[in-house]
Design a protein around this ligand. Sequence first.
Ligand code: F6P
Length: 328
Amino acid sequence: MSAEIKKIGVFTSGGDSPGMNAAIRSVVRTCAYMKIDCMGIYRGYQGMIEGDFKPMDARSVNNIINKGGTILKSARSMEFQTKEGRKKAYDQLQAAGIDALVVIGGDGSFTGALIFNKEYNVPIIGIPGTIDNDIFGTTYTLGFDTALNTVVDVIDKIRDTASSHNRLFFIEVMGRDVGHIALNAGVGAGAEEILIPEENLGLERLLESLKRSKESGKSSSIVVVAEGDKTGKNVFELKEYVEEHLPIYDCRVSVLGHMQRGGSPSCFDRVLASRMGVKAVEALLEGKSSLMVGIQDNKITLTPISKAIKGHTKIDKELMRVSDIMTI
Ligand code: F6P
């Protein structure tokens, strides 16, 4: 155990995700178990700059493992992107006696952490919390599994009304840069088409496939579209294009939006968060820094944050093939 670390600060940053509270709980309780102090930092880097801190003991995280969102709140701080902002944050940490950090967030949060560590040498460990599952060095990010369950549940409901009216639904799901939610939820919900940013097969192919679908006797169709997909300009234009060129369909659009980020975390995300929190504190106490906790082959691993933010997660080609076969 490193002699220097007596107090760890924990915070959530960037877009929230289900499982963040379970991770906070795990970090706080591991600190209590190891008999070191833990400080909650509110509103991410902005709260760090403003000294918005609160001591946390084992009991302060009672009954939060099942809660969505983040009790520590989250923010995207412009001020932390400036040297002056980071200096203020460092001074606040010093004044509060915080000598190491656990950041729970996505790649933007990790980039800030790396810069801060380089400038002030504060040890820092990352826990990947984002529904997008777009972070290299972990098979699953916190919140991805819960978001998938939410999306599949909603698509099941949409399918009920879609098939009652023989309609074609375009359902937009989150994923600004990546199609992991779209692909996995699309396969899980039995979508006819899945449109993702990683692969643009074009409008013509979409029309052909939808035509074939109709001819093969399908009573309704679900097209799952990732937010960042480039097949059409956006999901509404995509719907208009298909309606115009394939009048056999009565089309509707449903944009799922931020409901995908809310809700009680799944058991998978709670267990993952608990495992990751323990590892994050242990890594700090072993004198490690600038690493991200991940899960690979069901083992908790550590990856340099520099790799986690640079590397891109690849879309699962095998799952794409499975999807193609399923939509015969
Ligand atoms: O958390 C990542 C993400 O869910 C993206 O998929 C989405 O584009 C974005 O957040 C939305 O962010 P905001 O809440 O800032 O609009």
